[in-house]
Design a protein around this ligand. Structure first.
Ligand SMILES: [Zn+2]
Length: 523
């Protein structure tokens, strides 16, 4: 009886499976994800005319327009509750309008004697009659430059860096990171009205610092912007000398050697006038989304993502980012074409498939962060995010016989136990790549799990798989990440493998189980 029941059951399962296969066979459509089509798109996205697709620039706009035009042509819809294919997110673009610093009636020269960092300043003017020396500006359990020091209403002069010894450790045994922003916060809490900082290792204000400071501006996602509470300037050694006098070089030597500065008690009665203006512009970057509506499970979602932004250009050198992440972007476009064709022939996915190419990735995963904090579709109904960032090349560091037949898969052992089963079956049945899980090792120092857009889905509990060719050396983030180095047969095979995986997840009966803990750790 039992055996018989089992027997009938397995026949039933078998028939069901084969009927299902006949109804919607992914391999009928996988060919649409082919080298020629991928190459056609990539030759546009990775061309010099897109200027490296830097977030917030014209190059990024051009890339977004191209992707939109392809989504339209393929027949994808824009998300219903959104005006068009793009989800815009705000960025701040700051620039210094003017800055002047006068000490004891003497004007210091911007760019030579001092500069005004954009990242921690807001338009302000301050006036003070006293400058107080506060060592490294550190107030730590074991080492404090502020012991018996009253800085209320005064400007403090500090050195960057920290003492080599003395500082206390955190729970992991690391000394606490006293960076510029922590020091500014501390000075603010102690009641100081301004901070002048001297970098012991930078005699002069360098031209590149000024270029960075004056021309490149600051792009910052508005939703992430830090609050600036205390005005500050960075001084050259010559300017430090003007304030401190003859002792400057002794103190400098002590700081350069990383010795304690707590014994040095100094203050200078001198008038200080510091005024500067910073302009904030708000720019908008975007995520581009196209949708194929599902059939009987259309309220559940499969996401296929990649980032379309890259590093822009330096002078006349363009970072074309053919692999990073032109490859993932064009793979998403062609997977969309394949699903669209299937839909046209009555084989559309059961779940809604959302094709999303994001920007801001190279700046810090901004686009996907924004999406995951402002989701258009419920994240608990988003069954998976399959993210692709660089799948077109061969890892120069991989010394194995399978260099022309592998892909790194990251995330398979997290959030859902069903991920590896589905992904491996799709691969075994069709593409037969070597799936390499080395970057899933929690001890892997590259921390790949946290370094592309899938992370922003994972942190919200959405199961993710990330596909990646392993390029970290070689041409990674260089101007030589160009289309002529793409390995087309391998690229095609990887993209098809992702397509097969997406197809299965879009058509299976159940949403992916979320039966494993969320990854610990943060970016
Ligand atoms: Zn990338």
């Amino acid at each position: 009886m039992q055996i018989k029941t089992l027997f009938t059951l397995s026949i039933f399962v078998l028939m069901n499976a084969s009927a299902f296969c006949q109804k919607a066979d992914a391999s009928k459509y996988a060919d649409i994800v082919n080298s020629a089509a991928l190459k056609k798109h990539l030759s546009i996205l990775a061309s010099d005319s897109l200027e490296g697709r830097e977030t917030g620039t014209i190059g990024q706009r051009k890339a977004a327009d191209y992707i939109k035009s392809q989504f339209k042509k393929i027949g994808l819809k824009a998300p219903e509750n959104q005006n068009g294919y793009e989800q815009f997110f705000p960025l701040l673009k700051d620039s210094l309008i003017a800055s002047s610093l006068t000490i004891n009636g003497e004007d210091l020269l911007l760019g030579i004697d001092f500069y005004t960092p954009l990242s921690f300043n807001e338009t302000n003017k301050i006036q003070a009659d006293k400058i107080v020396f506060a060592g490294y500006g550190i107030d730590d359990r074991n080492y404090s430059d502020y012991t018996n020091l009253d800085v209320k209403g005064n400007v403090v002069l500090i050195f960057s860096g920290k003492p080599k010894k003395e500082l206390s450790k955190n729970d992991n045994g690391e000394t606490i990171n006293w960076n510029f922003s922590t020091k500014l916060k501390t000075a603010f809490e102690k009641g100081a009205v301004g901070v002048l900082m001297v970098d012991p290792n930078a005699d002069k204000i360098s031209a590149s610092t000024m270029t960075r400071n004056k021309k490149t501006n600051r792009y910052f996602p508005e939703f992430n912007a830090e609050k600036n509470e205390i005005s500050n300037a960075v001084l050259s050694h010559q300017s430090g000398r003007k304030i401190v006098g003859d002792d400057f070089d002794n103190i400098l030597q002590t700081a350069t050697n990383g010795y304690s500065l707590t014994e040095i008690k100094k203050e200078w009665m001198m008038s200080l006038n510091y005024r500067f203006a910073i302009n904030h512009d708000t720019l908008f970057a975007s995520n581009v989304l196209g949708v194929i509506e599902g059939t009987d499970k259309k309220d559940e979602y499969v996401f296929l993502t990649a980032h379309y932004d890259h590093l822009g250009k330096k002078g006349d050198k363009v970072f074309n980012g053919a692999d990073d992440d032109g490859s993932g972007t064009v793979a998403v476009i062609q997977m969309a074409a394949a699903f669209a064709k299937a839909k046209k022939e009555g084989n559309g996915p059961r779940r809604t498939v959302v094709f999303m190419t994001v920007s801001g990735e190279e700046k810090g995963l901004w686009g996907s962060e924004y999406y995951s904090d402002h989701p258009i579709y419920p994240l608990e109904k988003t069954t998976v995010d399959l993210n692709t960032d660089m799948i077109g090349r061969v890892d120069t560091e991989r010394k194995k016989a399978d260099t022309l037949n592998y892909v790194y898969v990251v995330g398979h052992d997290k959030i859902s136990s069903e991920l590896p089963i589905i992904n491996e079956a799709a691969n075994n049945n069709h593409t037969k790549l070597v799936l390499d899980y080395k970057f899933d090792d929690p001890n892997d120092p590259n921390r790949i799990y946290y370094r592309s857009d899938h992370y922003n889905f994972a942190r919200k509990g959405v199961p993710v798989l990330f596909f990646y060719d392993g390029m970290l050396q070689g041409d990674y983030h260089k101007t030589t990440d160009d289309i002529e180095f793409i390995n087309w047969p391998l690229f095609e095979k990887r993209a098809q493998m992702i397509f097969y995986t997406a197809w299965e997840i879009a058509n299976r009966n159940e949403q992916l189980k979320r039966d494993k803990p969320l990854p610990t750790g943060t970016r």
